[in-house]
Design a protein around this ligand. Structure first.
Ligand SMILES: [Zn+2]
Length: 500
């Protein structure tokens, strides 16, 4: 089975978001294996149109009507982009609910009408016999304020739950990426940990919830499935089986099994539990934590990996991240870049492209179908070189990057040479130098766009394989899940395995 990457919850100009549907789909294809574009369809218990909510109620009402009016067109375009084994699309839309929390409804069936209802089950019942799931999202909000509603949760219609997006991470109130959108803070009662504490069956996924047509935008959340093939049926089967996990940005490749049953499984009661974890990260692994009933049970840290191998630096693979952006350009600074490798071999390239960041309409934002037509693309890739182009804008705050980049996986040694060219900036360096530190260069004299080649990470620091045995039954149902954190702050959240 292989890992495939997707974003099944994001918005564009088909409802109250921005940017064209076509551009959203093209953009998704650049970085993802599958996508669903989920226009906003309804809000059953929307607050009354009273001060100060007039603007909010109006943009929702107009957005729902817009999606409904163009629904046949939207579905036809989404369907036309589905090419099995190349790029997979699902049909879908979103319904808000103050009382039951927001959900997006996803289906592999193209004949998919917009229906409205009070509860997720009401909506699903009207859609049957079509195959459809309701995915709760931004569940961490306060109950009654569009947060998760675990009293009403039904794993038969909701096999997966979105744990991370542009809103932040709703796994627990202590997870990285707290909620700072205008919808409010996280609440312990509605986080995903609260669902696991009730022993509810949930699979983890991430998606961007991007509102300007940039599915897969780096750092805003995405999901992985472990599937037999890159087809609608293959990915759908993996979603229903909860062979899914969430990442914040980097495509951290993970496997997690208990007695050979994959993540998302329920295993029949047994006292001998052999747990295996396999991680290929994109940066230095900071820590891997195996949780049992929400408490850390085993942990592997950068310290343990460091001890593992001093001799593993000679001839191995390295991950080298190139990042570009900064400067003061609000309109968009276009980059054309390439890296040439000598005395080594380029094995893979992962792009980290972002769109202009929009999470909700504001009065000053104007409709622009090309808001995120940024020409972000990897062009040519051989054993020796890669070229790409991307557009970056000024970082909106010092805590919110809008840089772009690529992660290069290079087989080589300390003598392996890298030459980077980007808009006239030239950096020549070696893996040996990059093991000591990074290299930066600026375009102009001051307040300038800049490029950094981050330190090289040898394979033994970004990969981990381990086995553990647990013979201690704690509960009627013991729940194991895994969280992975990299040195650069990017995380992976692996769906639980239940022993009952
Ligand atoms: Zn949404």
């Amino acid at each position: 089975m292989k890992t495939y990457w997707g974003d099944i919850h994001n918005h564009c100009g088909i409802s109250y978001g921005f940017g064209s549907l076509e551009n959203a789909l093209k953009t998704a294809k650049e970085q993802l294996d599958f996508v669903s574009i989920t226009g906003h369809a309804s809000w059953y218990d929307m607050p009354d149109r009273k001060a100060p909510l007039e603007y909010l109620v109006d943009f929702h009402t107009e957005g729902f009507a817009k999606l409904e009016k163009h629904w046949d067109e939207v579905r036809a375009v989404v369907k036309s982009y589905n090419v099995d084994h190349e790029f997979v699309t699902f049909q879908g839309y979103e319904a808000h609910s103050s009382a039951y929390g927001d959900h997006h409804y996803i289906t592999p069936d193209d004949d998919f009408p917009i229906v409205k209802g009070e509860t997720p089950l009401d909506i699903i019942n009207q859609l049957r016999p079509r195959r459809v799931i309701a995915v709760p999202h931004h569940v961490g909000y306060t109950p009654g304020y569009r947060g998760g509603n675990w009293d009403n949760f039904n794993p038969d219609i909701s096999p997966i739950v979105e744990v991370v997006s542009k809103h932040g991470c709703g796994l627990s109130v202590n997870s990285k990426l707290p909620y700072y959108h205008d919808m409010g803070p996280r609440d312990s009662r509605s986080t995903v940990y609260a669902a696991i504490a009730r022993k509810l069956k949930v699979g983890f996924v991430g998606s961007t919830d991007h509102h300007a047509g940039y599915p897969g935008s780096y750092g805003d959340g995405k999901m992985a499935v472990v599937a037999t093939e890159k087809t609608r049926e293959g990915i759908w089967e993996a979603i229903l089986a909860r062979r899914t996990y969430a990442v914040t940005g980097d495509k951290i490749d993970c496997r997690f099994t208990l007695n050979d049953a994959p993540m998302g499984s329920t295993v029949a009661a047994t006292t001998k539990r052999e747990i295996a974890v396999d991680v290929t990260a994109c940066d230095q692994i900071e820590k891997i934590t195996i949780f049992k009933n929400l408490r850390p049970w085993r942990q592997v840290t950068a310290f343990d990996l460091q001890q593992k191998s001093a001799d593993a630096v000679a001839n191995t693979t390295y991950k080298v991240r190139v990042e570009m952006g900064w400067g003061g350009d609000q309109v968009g600074y276009k980059w054309d870049a390439q890296v040439q490798i000598n005395n080594g071999q380029l094995q893979s390239v992962e792009s980290c492209f972002r769109g202009r960041s929009v999470l909700a309409p504001t009065p000053e934002l104007k409709a622009d179908p090309n808001i995120n037509a940024l020409s972000n693309a990897v062009h040519e890739q051989t054993d020796q070189q890669v070229s790409w182009s991307c557009t970056t804008v000024k970082n909106p705050t010092t805590l919110h990057p809008l840089t772009a980049g690529v992660i290069l996986e290079i087989a080589g040694n300390e003598q392996t040479k890298l030459e980077l060219q980007a808009n006239g900036i030239v950096i020549t360096t070696t893996i040996g130098e990059l093991l000591q530190g990074n290299v930066t260069k600026h375009k102009y004299a001051y307040n300038s766009e800049a490029v950094v080649i981050h330190p090289a990470i040898p394979a033994y620091r970004y990969t981990y394989t381990g086995k553990f045995v647990d013979e201690q039954q704690e509960d009627e149902c013991d729940v194991y899940h895994v969280e992975v954190e990299q040195n650069n702050g990017q995380c992976a959240y692996l769906s639980p395995i239940y022993v009952e």
